[in-house]
Design a protein around this ligand. Structure first.
Ligand code: CTP
Ligand code: CA
Length: 225
């Protein structure tokens, strides 16, 4: 409502959000992918938009529709997502919530692979571009605030802190996705926000509430600058 009145804290701010999985083709009918419903990324985009931001929402093939009121760019592969991010720059804030496939099949076939021709297919892999790391290290045109996500199954804080340093981003939103938590694919999330101030553990709450709290924190960080 604030934003509709034109006075939300993020009015006039351009932000980009990556979301969903990427699909990396093996052949025209098969692909490899990460597990991701796209729910958390969509919720973050919706929450930023509700605070008045101009949101470019760059999404892989997700289970759920994109939020209203954002500019949607649909992509399939990590390379396409990376190109779409470049096209969306410059932005004040980049939130990288996508579950990008780390590898693509460099030996992808443009014809459907057939069973039992020559035994099992031998797939060759190449590493995908690390979109977050690349943007976070930009010498010119880097967003003022770069936020990554980290889904971990063990030693969450330790891994996420190391990831923040390695990626060069300002914040990491870390969560424990080990099967026992039931978070993967669910409507709730329990996150730890890693910044230069350390680790801030948020209580378990709905993904929409995580998104709202993150959007408010982003707005606060921008106004503090
Ligand atoms: N990410 C990205 N591009 C990639 C891989 C990851 O932009 N090619 C972003 C994700 O969107 C997320 C963050 O980097 O914000 C962390 O992703 P994650 O898969 O946890 O990190 P990796 O460096 O790939 O480490 P891991 O070996 O744990 O998968
Ligand atoms: Ca990864």
């Amino acid at each position: 409502i604030e934003a509709q009145l034109g006075n939300g804290p993020l009015v006039g701010k351009r932000v980009l959000v990556t979301s969903g999985p990427t699909h990396e083709p093996i052949d025209p009918v098969r692909y490899i992918a990460n597990r991701s419903s796209g729910a958390q990324g969509a919720a973050v985009a919706r929450a930023l938009s509700a605070l008045g931001a101009d949101v470019v929402f760059i999404t892989g093939p997700a289970d759920i529709p994109p939020p209203d009121g954002v500019s949607v760019v649909c992509v399939e592969t990590a390379q396409q997502m990376s190109d779409a991010v470049d096209a969306a720059l410059p932005v004040e804030v980049g939130v990288f919530a996508a579950a990008v496939a780390d590898w693509r099949v460099s030996s992808a076939s443009d014809k459907k692979l057939k069973k039992s021709r020559d035994g099992l297919p031998e797939l060759e892999f190449a590493e995908n571009p690390d979109i977050l790391k690349r943007v976070a290290h930009m010498e010119s045109g880097r967003p003022a605030l770069v936020v990554g996500f980290a889904a971990e199954t063990d030693n969450v804080i330790e891994h996420a802190m190391a990831k923040r340093t390695r990626k060069g981003c300002d914040w990491i939103v870390a969560n424990d996705v080990s099967p026992a938590t039931g978070i993967m694919g669910g409507s709730e999330n329990a996150v730890i926000l890693i910044s230069d101030e350390g680790a801030e553990e948020w209580p378990r709450m709905g993904k929409d509430d995580v998104a709202k709290r993150l959007a408010v924190k982003i707005a606060d960080a921008l106004t503090e600058q």
